[in-house]
Design a protein around this ligand. Sequence first.
Ligand code: NAI
Ligand code: MG
Length: 354
Amino acid sequence: MNRFEIAVIPGDGIGNEVVPAAIRVLDAAAEIHGGLSFAWTHFPWNCEYYLKHGEMMPQDGIATLRNFDQIFLGAVGMPNLVPDHVSLWGLLIKIRREMNQSINVRPAKLLRGLQSPLRDPKQFDLIVVRENSEGEYSEIGGRIHSGSDDEMAIQNAVFTRKSTERAMRYAFELAKQRRGHVTSATKSNGISHSMPFWDEVFRQVQQDYPDIQTASTHIDALAAFFVMKPHIFDVIVASNLFGDILTDLGGAIMGSIGIAPAANLNIERKFPSMFEPVHGSAPDIAGRGIANPAGQIWTGKMMLDFLGYQELGNLLLDALEDTLEAGIKTGDIGGRANTGEVTNAVIENLKKRA
Ligand code: NAI
Ligand code: MG
């Protein structure tokens, strides 16, 4: 029996509704498997915690989290109580950086039973591998002459060989287990230093994977292809900013932000990785029991995959699709079920497929 210690941070708003739902599903999946179990330890770190203690997590929070196998997070943010940059940088971004979660993985797939906003989509199933530690999101730069005619702001992008290569190798390894194709998101026609460097590293890494097909596509065209023909993609590797934008688009073409899953991976497995859906705390619907648990449940599947239980992960996604196909869905995707009803149905369908 493999037992995994998971740190749970439900966070704010609907995080407190979808995280318990996904935990029920993961426990049911573990029981069906018979060879694994989860020990969940909850941490109440969120905006209310900040109002009481003046910080999003205690000083030794990172040290505490390091003792866990993985982190399962809901969403962080209550903009009417705490400014977003305080809550996000104080918890989420802090964890990503301190745990060296250098790769952000976000799949987008046309699920059975879901209506994509695309008019007539062919079956698509893609994964964006986003460099999660540097690139355009650097802290290097500054502003001078504020408020005057000479005012200016400079923000430097940082691309190191180490992090660029790490993201690309991860993408190639992933493609090996999938359909054998990697697309690099570039913009070397316009950005004349960092993107030619990005292309060069891509060509070098490619040499080590002769069986993988590749394409190098400018980010503007790539964004258009996500809408026109997303089915042509398998794995896409992108810088921090390009990946951020592409993955929102990926969520959009699936049909709802409430569906989209994500994983922040420490691929060296020295520290825990963090699994959190793409959506936020949805203050507009929080507390009503109507949040879509699908994004958090699919995020749980990504955690199963990363722990080495891919078959079980696939079973979980199948059960989620069975549920959507049966029309048991929340309001954001055109249904009338609540969070609990969707969760119960996913568990029932898991048992049926087991
Ligand atoms: P949001 O994702 O919370 O909500 C956007 C819209 O989508 C809302 O209308 C909401 O009701 C709906 N929605 C989102 N998830 C849903 C779900 N599971 N089921 C049904 N409907 C869902 O984004 P918003 O409103 O911009 O941000 C709210 C707060 O969340 C802010 O404080 C923001 O900073 C934070 N946030 C946190 C993230 C994280 O923790 N990773 C990511 C994005 C936003
Ligand atoms: Mg984003």
